[in-house]
Structures are given as structure tokens and as C-alpha cells.
Write a protein that binds this ligand. Structure first.
Ligand code: SF4
Length: 378
């Protein structure tokens, strides 16, 4: 099983918190679509022996593409790759790009999952973040999506926003629950260098929410979603039973994936590859048979660290047997030492040799993962 990720690097407007690779200049859209198709065709041999169980259009904003453009890309994939019977096909979409007719057409051409960039159900938060849509548009687009036949809808939310109170956050989460979606991803706001929020923070225009308030919001999120029947299957991801994102799970379960498009990353168990983060250089490379990516072969240390970061994030955790059989004894003994330390402090739980973060551990997951990782050769 393997996945395909397609990066659509266009947005109509820049959100103030976002550091993803994107451009608001859509003039190269047609050329880029040709480039994506060319890359899909030329790299098909890399997954020749694999069945594709997830296709994910991310960005940027894939919903800026027209139905025919998306259909063309899907056709290229099905011509050159072997799809599993129930391949999850996800489109990231912004509410302001969606209408009832567009959603019905998306369903009809093969998308069976939507990931909607809602971020907040407060008009003032949306304005602060420089989002294009309004609250009613977000709510309406979820309703339209259901009417169009989508039964696997995810929405993204952001917490830890400047001045966001616990009551405001609770209201957001409760509206998401009332919408009866199958999946919710909720991220704590990060001030990435190069973003408007980062500059505003530096200038004192914005004030970071104190950590203890973000933690309270995270606790509130977990409590409400668990009560509403969601499984907390990864630090930032919650789903109705069994409806985990296949796309994200591929990353966390170390499955092969092919990243298509500028800035997209690929992984084949032995190496990582990343395409250049420039539309011009990407197209130049594809059109003139020049390099447009770099590849790094993974050392044992890289593989071990990836295994830690991806495994500890999820409710499936890490099997100690896998560490013992998959890595040199030094790595296993490093893991054992940390396992004993954090099991003692109550931050991890070891159930029959499977190690997971405890509820307390979730709140300091970054620190725990950093400790488990190896920075110098064992
Ligand atoms: S958050 Fe999404 S829509 Fe906003 S700029 Fe980033 S990629 Fe574009």
C-alpha cells in the first residue's frame, strides 16, 4: 500500500499564520498542471509494485482548480497507477470556493473525502487570520458537502490564537461537533518565521497566548471530542471510530508515498526526496529534463528518529519488538532507558510491549519525542 500527495501551490490570498509553500499568482496554473501530469507519468515506476490506497490533493488551495482540471489529474493517476478498491481520495478545500454544484461535481469525479480549512467559527478570528471565508460560508459548505453525498468530511481548526478565551474555543469545538463531521484536526497556533503573525508578534502588535491557556484549550478539545464519540488517534487528529485519515496514517505508519508538485516530499522506506520549493524551477526542471528535486538516503539514525516521531504521535504507539528487531542493539537500549524513565513519571504507558503517550504525556509530547530521538550515533 502506498500514497500519492499532489501539491497545488496556489492560494487566492495569504493567511497570516501560514508558512506552506504557495503563490498568489495563478498565471502559471495551466503550465503547472501540465508539469504535475508529466511528473505523475514519469514517476509511476516508483510505485509500480504498490497498490495506491490514498490520494491527497493538498496545498496551497487545491479547490482553486476547476472541476475539469482536477478530473484531468485524477485520470492521469488512474491511467498510470494501480488504485486499491476503496482508495481514499481527499481534496483540501476552502469554504469560499465551494457551492452545492461544485461539491456534487467533486463527488461525481471521484473525491470521497474533503478536508475543509475552517480554522475558526468566529468572524473576528477569521479576519485576524486573513481568511477569505466567513463563518456562515463554512457552515453552509459542510451542509452542502453532506447533501452532495460526502460521508467523510474533516475540518481544520486552530487554537491558541491571540486573546482567544477558553469560552470562545469551547464554542468553536461545540459548533464543529454539531456539524456532525467525521474528522477534526486541531492545531495549536505556531508563529512561523516569515509570516505576518510572526512579524506582528515581534513588533508587539500580537501577544502570544500563555502556554497554560493553550494547554487548557487542548484539554477542553480532547474532553469535548471524546464525549462526542471521537477517537483521539494522533496528537492533533480526532476521528469518528475507524475513520482515520489514510493519508496522514501513511506518514505515521511509515508507508511509501510519492509527493508530486513543487515542495512535495516523497518517502520510499530507504530515502527521502523533496521537490524544489519554486514553481519556476520545478517547471524548468520538468520541461528541460533538469533536476528539480533532492534525495537523501536514510541512515539508521534517521530511520530510528522517524520511527519515534511518527509512532509516538499516534494512539497505536511503538512496539518495542519493532525497535529490537529493526534497529541495532544500541538503539534498543537507548529506547529502553527512556521508556523506563517516562513510564516511571507516568508520561508513557507500556501495554504488553507497546509504548504510547499517556494523557499527561500528550501535553509534553515534543519534549518526550526529542528525548527519545538520537542526535549523535548511539
Ligand atoms: S492556510 Fe491554506 S489558504 Fe491560507 S495561505 Fe496557507 S495554504 Fe493558502
Amino acid at each position: 500500500m502506498a500514497g500519492i500527495y499532489i501539491h497545488i501551490p496556489f492560494c487566492r490570498k495569504r493567511c497570516h499564520y501560514c508558512d506552506f509553500f504557495k503563490s498568489t499568482d495563478l498565471s502559471q496554473k495551466a503550465r503547472l498542471l501540465d508539469g504535475l501530469k508529466k511528473e505523475l507519468q514519469s514517476r509511476a515506476p516508483e510505485l509500480a509494485s504498490e497498490e495506491i490506497n490514498t490520494i491527497y490533493f493538498g496545498g496551497g488551495t487545491p479547490s482553486v482548480l476547476l472541476i475539469d482540471e482536477l478530473k484531468d489529474l485524477l485520470n492521469t493517476i488512474s491511467e498510470h497507477y494501480r488504485l486499491a478498491e476503496n482508495t481514499e481520495i481527499t481534496l483540501e478545500a476552502n469554504p469560499d470556493d465551494l457551492t452545492q454544484a461544485i461539491l456534487s461535481a467533486l463527488k461525481q469525479i471521484g473525491f470521497n473525502r474533503l478536508s475543509m480549512g475552517v480554522q475558526s467559527f468566529s468572524e473576528s478570528d477569521l479576519k485576524l487570520m486573513n481568511r477569505r471565508h466567513g463563518v456562515m460560508q463554512a457552515i453552509q459548505s459542510v451542509k452542502w458537502a453532506k447533501r452532495a453525498g460526502f460521508s467523510n468530511i474533516s475540518i481544520d481548526l486552530i487554537y491558541g490564537l491571540p486573546n482567544q478565551t477558553i469560552d470562545e474555543w469551547e464554542r468553536n469545538v461545540r459548533i464543529a461537533v454539531e456539524l456532525d463531521v467525521q474528522h477534526i484536526s486541531a492545531y495549536n497556533l505556531t508563529y512561523h518565521e516569515g509570516t505576518v503573525f510572526y512579524e506582528q508578534l515581534k513588533k508587539g502588535i500580537l501577544k502570544e497566548l500563555p502556554d497554560e491557556l493553550s494547554v487548557q484549550q487542548f484539554e477542553m478539545l480532547i474532553k469535548i471530542l471524546k464525549e462526542a464519540g471521537f477517537e483521539h488517534y494522533e496528537i492533533s487528529n480526532f476521528s469518528k471510530p475507524g475513520l482515520y485519515s489514510q493519508h496522514n496514517s501513511s506518514y505515521w505508519k511509515s508507508k511509501k508515498y510519492l509527493g508530486i508538485g513543487p515542495s512535495a516530499h516523497s518517502y520510499d522506506l530507504a530515502s527521502r526526496r523533496w521537490n524544489v520549493s519554486s514553481i519556476a524551477k520545478y517547471l524548468d526542471g520538468l520541461e528541460n529534463n533538469l533536476a528539480y528535486s533532492e534525495t537523501e538516503n536514510l541512515t539508521e539514525q534517521d530511520r530510528y528518529n522517524d520511527f519515534i516521531i511518527t509512532g509516538l504521535r499516534t494512539m497505536w504507539g511503538i512496539s518495542m519488538d519493532d525497535i529490537q528487531t529493526g534497529f541495532s542493539p544500541e538503539y534498543f537500549s537507548h529506547f529502553q532507558k527512556l521508556e523506563a524513565k517516562y513510564a516511571h513519571s507516568g508520561h508513557i504507558i507500556n501495554t504488553s510491549g507497546t509504548v504510547r503517550l499517556s494523557p499527561e504525556g500528550l501535553f509534553i509530547s515534543d519534549k518526550i519525542m526529542a528525548d527519545f530521538m538520537v542526535v549523535e550515533s548511539c
